[in-house]
Design a protein around this ligand. Structure first.
Ligand SMILES: Cc1cc2nc3c(=O)[nH]c(=O)nc-3n(C[C@H](O)[C@H](O)[C@H](O)COP(=O)(O)OP(=O)(O)OC[C@H]3O[C@@H](n4cnc5c(N)ncnc54)[C@H](O)[C@@H]3O)c2cc1C
Length: 432
């Protein structure tokens, strides 16, 4: 008899959701976490889109440990010392069922894992899965770093995050290409609640999410600034190979973003409490591994499920969505006594029928478009240049027409009309 029906490796959002659903379905579940508690090892930018929880934990917003509800969402294009911002506010996002919230991962992940425990899963922390146990080609459990720490199960669900060693060991990943990854770096900056409310023009538990393009120089990527209750999260996401080639340090580049005239007044006087960094599986659909093997499933960042599509950086909800589907499929396969690759195909069906695969398939070209020269360099420069010319009063000369300004900026930034049209069509096909 195996020790458990299901072993879930990693108690991040994917793992906690997988364990929750498998335990709820009546299976014996072990949730393994290498950190001393769930969330202790996890870092991200800061916004969780919680609607994926509606069916898993009804009225989750009444108890989830959140910092602020995001009611203002801005997209900023930067070029030199200039910035153009599209700023959207929505008061109803500050009411149930809400849209997005800032949250601290040590609090959020621990809360979600406690739900899995309450459903009957056994959480074992400070324990690393060091490899897979096999019977022929079939996965039958994991080795751990504890003495006599082998654990057996009918299904192992790998939720061990980006660079999943277990999925690689199972042969589910092709050789990895560094171009598929970005590095995220973040500072948490302390500021009093009332200062944040004033500077970001929000009140009560409302908060702001700012996404930034054009702030990473020659390295493709983007930036973000989020409000917590009494701190800000400011950070960058940077193409891994281009960062390595440029010879600059990510913290230098982050210091430049913090010094920009559109950002500096927002963070002024704040005290840096924490600096952290983590890799992101940026290429989404195009880099996903095989998701299913004999006795094994892969979910969350371990399966490159993070959606990194420029204006959207959504990993936690995709981790929860895929983890829950893996937990449900594993439980069903155990019940039917067929945990072979064929018996676990229900996982794929569940992913295909919910937002996880639909969004990834639809947006599969988005990471490439967002990292293109047009989005990274030309668009921010043209937008800022057009605004500068449009609003600079030229008296005694008359105002130049908008068409002339746009044409002039496109020429200045080497953007040909036919390239703009073809890229625009691609963007419409992807995002439309
Ligand atoms: C800079 C940055 C900004 C981001 N911003 C956002 C954002 O604002 N919103 C958003 O939704 N997403 C964001 N993301 C993406 C998001 O963080 C991830 O998509 C999400 O955390 C994936 O969840 P997961 O459970 O799959 O993996 P993880 O959260 O990485 O969890 C994996 C867990 O497995 C454990 N583990 C790993 N190996 C082992 C092992 N061998 N044995 C035992 N345990 C193990 C780890 O300790 C960890 O707890 C961001 C990411 C970065 C890096």
């Amino acid at each position: 008899m195996p020790d458990f029906d299901v072993i879930v490796v990693g108690a991040g959002p994917a793992g906690a959701a997988a364990a929750l659903e498998a335990a709820r379905a009546g299976r014996s579940v072990c949730l393994l976490e290498r950190g001393p508690y769930p969330g202790s090892k996890n870092m991200y930018g800061g916004v969780i889109y919680g609607r994926v929880l509606d069916t898993l934990i009804p009225n989750w917003w009444e108890e989830a440990p959140i910092q602020r509800w995001v009611t203002r969402r801005s997209t900023m294009l930067m070029a030199g010392d200039q910035a153009v911002t599209v700023d959207y506010r929505c008061s109803s996002w500050g009411e149930a069922p809400y849209n997005g919230a800032t949250a601290f991962r040590p609090e959020f992940d621990a809360w979600l894992a406690s739900k899995a425990e309450a459903a009957g899963a056994v959480l074992i922390c400070s324990t690393t899965a060091t490899g897979l146990l096999r019977d022929g080609t079939r996965v039958v459990g994991v080795r751990t770093d504890r003495p006599d720490g082998d654990l057996t199960a009918q299904v192992v669900i790998c939720c061990d995050g980006v660079n999943s060693f277990l999925a690689k060991e199972a042969g589910l990943y092709p050789p990895s290409d560094p171009a598929n990854y970005t590095l995220g770096v973040k500072e948490t900056i302390l500021l009093p609640r009332e200062v944040i409310d004033e500077r970001f023009a929000v009140r009560g538990d409302h908060g702001v999410d700012i996404e930034i393009l054009g702030c990473t120089g020659e390295v493709p990527g983007g930036g973000f600034l989020y409000t917590n209750a009494e701190s800000l999260a400011v950070g960058l996401v940077l193409s891994l190979p281009k960062l390595a080639a440029c010879g600059r340090r990510p913290e230098e580049m982050l210091a430049e973003l913090k010094a920009h005239s559109a950002i500096a007044p927002l963070i002024e006087g704040g005290q840096v409490k924490e600096y952290s960094a983590h890799v992101i599986p940026e290429a989404g659909y195009k880099m996903m591994p095989e998701l299913i093997g004999d006795g094994i499933l892969v979910a969350g960042d371990a399966a490159a499920m993070c959606l990194a599509a420029g204006i959207w950086l959504e990993g936690v909800n995709f981790a929860i969505g895929s983890g829950a589907a893996a937990g449900q499929a594993a439980a069903r396969a155990v019940q039917r006594r067929d945990t072979s690759s064929a018996g676990l195909q229900d996982y794929r069906r569940r992913l295909d029928s919910n937002f996880v695969m639909s969004d990834h398939r639809k947006l599969r070209e988005a990471p490439h478009l967002v990292m293109s020269d047009l989005a990274q360099q030309q668009l921010p420069r043209i937008a800022c240049g057009v605004m500068e010319q449009l609003f600079t009063v030229t008296n005694p000369d008359p105002k130049p027409g908008l068409r002339k300004i746009i044409r002039g900026q496109m020429k200045l930034n080497n953007l040909k009309l036919r390239d703009a049209i073809s890229q625009g069509m691609k963007a419409l096909r992807t995002f439309g």
